[in-house]
Design a protein around this ligand. Structure first.
Ligand code: PBG
Length: 321
């Protein structure tokens, strides 16, 4: 059968009709709000490259998180801005565990995800230990494992390694199990690409590499087969949820990973993807809300279970209204 027997417009005539046959739902229960936490008190420092996002001191973080919880947002992911940086990333076990403790005490049902990476805490801005001008994979693993255990001890519901060192999921899993946290799940940034779309985050976190770039550890945007290998390895090492990052340029991979591995898949709608729409909307060139709903629905249609997005709070408000 084809036209005129078939008329696909028949089911598009009213809002109710379109809703009845809508295949993909975007709901607040799948959203994760990224939050930046810094030292100090009563600090809510606007991030210029991410309009509407802030670096919060822990007391302000509590206020903000209260709003998120009331909006029904199930989860946040924390990034730390330490008071000082060094070559051992010692700040990694300072502000974030403190924030986790406070959040979990106040909001026990909120899922607190701790991003595990060293770049925000390293003076050189790389995600691992630097030796002889190179990021040393194996020297980084014990440090990542130690940081992950500190976050679990503070009460994190998930640890989320985003460093892209080989073998880090296995190292973290073993360390968590040894420390008495066999039930703490790992949400691994399994396929994290060396992306230009992280630009605003690096301003937000002050984490731009001071020399070179991240291409020796983050993936080449051209590679799909390698993505499947990364995901397979992370699952074999004990990842419970795998993440693809960034989101918009990598939706084919979300789909392929879901089809092949049948595990929960997260996508990270990154800072540059947020900033682009914000900038165009400010100019009056795009309708922010409509664009965001379209993009996030697209990610769900691509089979993403979980979406990390700076718009989580806004979207939760829009869906409720
Ligand atoms: C840390 C990390 C980065 C992001 C999340 N975790 C930055 C990077 O790899 O440079 C980017 C998030 C975003 O752009 O929104 N390794």
């Amino acid at each position: 059968m084809s036209f005129p027997q078939q008329r696909l417009r028949r089911l598009r005539q009213t809002l109710a009709m379109r809703a009845l046959v809508r295949e993909t739902e975007l709901s607040t229960s799948h959203l994760v709000q990224p939050l930046f936490v810094r030292t100090g008190r009563r600090q809510r420092v606007p991030i210029t490259s991410l309009p509407g996002q802030y670096q919060f001191s822990v007391d302000e973080l509590l206020h903000e998180t209260g709003d998120l919880v009331r909006l029904g947002i199930p989860a946040v992911i924390l990034f730390g801005i330490p008071a000082h940086k060094d070559a051992q990333a010692s700040g990694a076990t300072g502000i974030v565990p403190q924030a986790i403790r406070v959040l979990k005490k106040e909001f026990p049902d909120l899922l607190v995800i701790a991003d595990v990476c060293l770049c925000e805490y390293m003076s050189h801005g790389h995600c691992g230990v630097v030796k002889n001008g190179r990021v040393d994979n194996d020297a980084t693993l014990p440090l990542l494992a130690k940081v992950a255990v500190a976050y679990a001890q503070a009460g994190a519901d998930f640890v989320a390694p985003s460093d892209m060192m080989d073998g880090r999921v296995a190292a973290i899993r073993a360390a968590l199990d040894r420390a008495g946290f066999p039930e703490t799940p790992i949400m691994s940034y399994a396929a994290k690409f060396a992306s230009a779309f992280y630009g605003p985050f690096r301003e937000a976190a002050g984490s731009a590499p001071q020399f070179g770039d991240r291409k020796t550890y983050q993936m080449d945007c051209a590679n799909a087969e390698e993505t499947l290998r990364e995901v397979a390895l992370d699952i074999a090492e004990g990842a419970d949820i795998v993440m693809i990052k960034p989101a918009l340029s990598y939706q084919d991979l979300v789909w392929r990973v879901k089809q092949q591995f049948h595990v929960p898949v997260a996508v990270y709608n990154v800072s540059g993807e947020y900033a682009m729409v914000k900038a165009a909307a400010r100019q009056g060139w795009l309708d922010e809300r409509a664009c965001v709903m379209e993009q996030l629905t697209g990610l769900r249609r691509a089979a993403a279970d979980i979406i990390l997005t700076y718009w989580a709070k806004d979207v939760a408000g829009w869906l409720r209204a």
